[in-house]
Ligand binder design. Sequence first.
Ligand code: DX5
Ligand code: ZN
Length: 216
Amino acid sequence: MSHLVAPSVLSADFSNLQRDVELINSSKADWFHVDIMDGVFVPNISFGFPVLKALKKYATKPLDVHLMIVEPDKYVQTFKEAGADVLTVHIEACPHLHRSIQNIKACGMKAGVAINPHTSTQLLHDLIADIDLVCVMSVNPGFGGQKFIENTYRKISELKQMISERNSSALIEIDGGVDLINYKKLLEAGANVLVAGNTVFSSANPLQTIVELKTV
Ligand code: DX5
Ligand code: ZN
């Protein structure tokens, strides 16, 4: 499977959201990456259900929803109703992660697990065969436009090996600081999904930047 590119809506122009959604619709991007932040799990607040529903109204590609919130289990069904296609929870926010994953799947969504930069890939060993996606945070979650953490390459290699050993079909997604300089090395290490916020939306030519991120 060729890799996927998921522009992060966090870096879009919220006063022209429909325009930016239509820009991504018309691009070579595969998914919309949608960051939900609660000001508790991360030191920032982004947006909630009304904005997600507005995105769903115009988006013609799947919504990859990344929850940076505490107690995500409370809202799984509501995120489904608001339009999430992939729902990713943080391992650091879920004491009963196996149950959380089963719940997301039972609601008809793909289930993802995100791990913070300090979290070992080994914590996913007993769950990797049950999940559809691992989101490797390559910055500390909370803000767009941060510097990429180099240790991420090693984590991708570890996950790639674990996925193959456990016969898992989980995709490896990289979130944070992905740019036109590091994306090829990430793909070589085994990344399957590239999230890009600042790189796409700060570009003078977002459509061309997405074409470049899709080029191997
Ligand atoms: C960070 C978010 C990211 C962010 C990526 O907490 O999870 O999805 O939007 O933005 P860039 O690509 O600008 O680092
Ligand atoms: Zn994200």
